[in-house]
Design a protein around this ligand. Sequence first.
Ligand code: PMP
Length: 351
Amino acid sequence: MSRFWSPIVSTLKPYVPGEQPKIANLVKLNTNESPYGPSPKALAAIAEAAGDALRLYPDPTSMALREAIAARHGLSAGEVFVGNGSDEVLAHAFMGLLKHEKPLLYPDISYSFYPVYCGLYGIEAVEIPLDDAFRIRVADYDRPSGAVILPNPNAPTGIALPLAEIEALLAQDRERLVVVDEAYVDFGAESAVSLVPAHDNLLVVQTFSKSRGLAGLRVGFAIGQRPLIEGLERVKDSFNSYPLDRLAIAGATAAYRDEAWFDDKRRTIMASRERVAEGLAALGFEVLPSSANFVFARHGQRAGADLAAALRARGVLVRHFAKPRIGDFLRISIGTDAECDRLLAELSAIL
Ligand code: PMP
């Protein structure tokens, strides 16, 4: 606390990022990164960009990347917004699109950055409970509200809504904006990007951090009709008109174009996820059905905090979630096959 703080600073409850320890040989399954790293083509593009040109400012519109993303979906660059990680894209959306007189709705068990942004931007929010199976029930969002944001698949549950449910949500009120945060969509869920041309009340947000193995590069993007993207651009140009640096634009553009690498890695992760889910079930865990690169699981007999601590002592890092409405869960990111084997072996030794 300092007397130099603006009044709002003392009211903020900032997001606490997952642990990024500097311990050698740790199996790191706590923050949903890809175990496989980026496409070699992305690394080559970054190496090429890391030269004399770094003395020059980057393209403030990140046009090369926006065009690469738009081309994949048959859209134009004006329907794509890019930012420094999807967290920054989301922050711009909260500031520029999600503050209304009526409250913002989001699931009560969801990405914990949403309440943080609401605090920062003074947005009134109503948290809508998940059902007893930890699912989002779209019918519960059919109520007076200014906007909706939800992750699909949801985090940290990993459970996805089918596209028809997203369509139903959009149809509840065509005057209400729906932001679908698709950070984990590439691991088996249906993307809502195909709905953008027919829905001016939809913004879809994605990231390079998970399925493209580029969490360290900090690139995310949003897809929506032009007026929504123009709103985000206004916020960006009032905040940081160069969100992406030259390395990020080059690396992300090459990564997005390398569909073969992306497809191979996401499929491998999905196959490993099924193996981990079976292994955990055999060890007495209840595992929620995941469409993400992590599983959300609880053990019938053993407390999650104890299991997370015991795993950590054995060099495996997972995330523990415990809340009154959610119970006592571990969220375990899917690693390489060797890492998944190690996780299961350590757990069976602990149990
Ligand atoms: N949305 C969700 C649901 C997430 O879990 C995350 C990762 N913490 C993000 C967005 C942000 O990811 P990034 O800023 O790395 O793109």
